[in-house]
Write a protein that binds this ligand. Structure first.
Ligand code: ZN
Length: 258
């Protein structure tokens, strides 16, 4: 690591040590190192398959039955096949387990993940908000209750919600679908309580989470941007480090638990 980066890292660790409320916001850069491709970016799925129409939620609401039939008959955008396959075989990497350890040690108070792959949960992170949903769950669009999916391949549409008889969909937030209110409220609460926000592997371009960073900065919270690429957080971050998620977390664990 070059000298500039080393100095920055030292300052980041001092900042985390001096605050009693650090949170982490995770983006696709975290999952990449578990073999899950991103949508955007150089090696992203959309570069390979083209950018899809961002209207999947509208399509679902127009005709949920047809939507489920297409799903069962595997009629879906090509990029989705690849994404699902990669998610199904992915395992958490050391970085995921380090976050879980930092949470147990009280260094991290909570994690908001934009990833849907269930890897953060698998690694044992407890105070976890999966803002874009979880691939292994269903969710009722009315009461927002979630249900475990018992099988990876769907053979018949899920029944209506046992709680309120509402329509049930995958928990994963579709394009054009609002973030479930209960989850967004929890994420806002975590941001509110925090003093230092560690953004790892997120380009901070996807709303509404991206907006929460700007509000946080206005409120005087410190934002640390960890990403091998330049991100939108450049203007508002206190510190940034151009480094992969896993490598950063390995160094952080070593330095902060000394
Ligand atoms: Zn319901």
């Amino acid at each position: 690591m070059e000298k500039f980066q080393k100095n920055n890292l030292k300052k980041i660790i001092e900042l985390l040590n001096s605050s009693d409320n650090n949170i982490i916001v995770l983006g696709a850069g975290m999952s990449v190192e578990s073999g899950i491709p991103t949508f955007r970016g150089e090696n992203g799925l959309w570069k390979k398959y083209g950018t899809p129409k961002m209207d999947s939620y509208k399509k679902f609401l127009n005709n949920p039955e047809e939507w489920w039939n297409n799903e069962i008959n595997m009629k879906m955008d090509k990029y989705i096949y690849e994404l699902r396959h990669k998610i199904n075989v992915a395992k958490p990497h050391d970085g995921h387990f380090i976050i879980s350890k930092l949470e147990k040690l009280g260094i991290i108070k909570g994690v908001i993940t934009q990833n849907i792959d269930n890897l953060d949960h698998k690694a044992g992170i407890k105070n976890l908000i999966e803002i874009h949903g979880n691939r292994t769950k269903f969710r009722c669009i009315e009461c927002e209750k979630t249900f475990d999916r018992n099988e990876i391949i769907i053979k018949k549409p899920p029944k209506n919600c046992l709680n309120c008889n509402g329509i049930v969909k995958f928990d994963t937030v579709m394009f054009g679908e609002p973030i479930p209110k209960t989850k967004l409220d929890k994420a806002k609460q975590l941001f509110n309580q925090s003093k230092v926000i560690l953004a790892i592997g997120t380009s901070a371009t996807v709303r509404p989470i991206s907006g929460l960073f700007w509000i946080a900065e206005k409120e005087g919270k410190k934002i640390i941007d960890i990403n091998p690429n330049e991100t939108n957080l450049k203007e508002i971050s206190t510190h940034n480090l151009k480094i992969n998620a896993k490598r950063f977390l390995e160094i952080l664990e070593k330095e902060i638990t000394k």
